[in-house]
Design a protein around this ligand. Structure first.
Ligand code: GLP
Length: 240
């Protein structure tokens, strides 16, 4: 099964073997995998080697540990291509998942300095600050705070932001969304984020900031989002 004198280390071969078993459906999300002792017997390797393989898979988000219970198969991450300017609602629809939002706050305020400069607002430019938890199939995936100029969307309501913001801009206001700049950074969830996303404190998250523009080059949103790193993977195709 595993090759002892192979250039690929044993822990790596075990990882590949377990990944294959998961992909082939021998284990489903939420299933407990065999203990270190069972795996070391099965693969005829030391428990240290098994531990290394399992720890790597935990770090990669393929498995997760529960204290005192065991190690389990995690749900497959959502693979989000880094091309195409899409909305959360569209992304979920494409995957056949349902999307919903919980509105945490909806405020009108004077734009904070960094937001005002990104949205090209004058000093007195008011913005909506809309904070939502975004759910896919009822599981919290991200918490997003969107800043939008009041002058551009004077009639925005709490009801509208319960649904898709992009749909409102395009289908109701007849605006054309054109492009965005996005930055992605790794972080540890702070207390509030872990509570909102129902993940353990300090879990890894991806912080994404997007500034999006209409086709007339007018910026219409600055969004600061925190995505669960255990549920999201960003993919880009690159060419040379
Ligand atoms: C994604 C983006 C946000 C954008 C949102 C719009 O979540 N990260 O920057 O504001 O989509 O989504 P919706 O149209 O579902 O409100």
């Amino acid at each position: 099964m595993l090759k002892k004198n192979h250039p690929l280390p044993m822990y790596y071969q075990i990882e590949e073997f377990l990944k294959l078993e998961i992909n082939e459906g021998a284990f489903h999300p939420g299933d407990m995998i065999p203990s270190e002792r069972e795996l070391s017997e099965r693969f005829q390797v030391s428990r240290m080697t098994v531990r290394q393989a399992v720890s790597n898979m935990v770090n990669d988000g393929i498995l997760y540990r529960e204290k005192g219970r065991g190690t389990f198969v995690a749900e497959k991450k959502i693979e989000q291509p880094l091309k195409g300017l899409t909305s959360f609602t569209e992304d979920m629809k494409l995957r056949g998942m349902s999307s919903s939002s919980r509105l945490l706050s909806f405020d009108v305020m004077q734009a904070p300095q960094d937001i005002a400069s990104k949205l090209n607002l004058e000093d007195d430019g008011d913005v909506y600050a809309v904070k939502r938890i975004r759910f896919a199939d009822k599981q919290a995936m991200a918490v997003e705070t969107s800043f939008l100029p009041v002058s551009l969307l004077p009639d925005l309501t709490e009801e509208i932001v319960h649904g898709s913001m992009y749909e409102y801009l395009e289908n109701v206001l007849d605006l054309r969304i054109s492009h965005a700049r996005q930055e992605i950074e790794a972080r540890a969830a702070d207390e509030k984020e872990s509570e909102d996303l129902q993940i353990e404190a300090h879990s890894p998250v991806l912080h994404i900031e997007r500034c999006s523009y209409l086709d007339n080059r007018v910026p219409f949103e600055v969004v600061k989002s925190t995505y669960r790193a255990d549920r999201y993977k960003f993919i880009s195709d690159i060419e040379r």
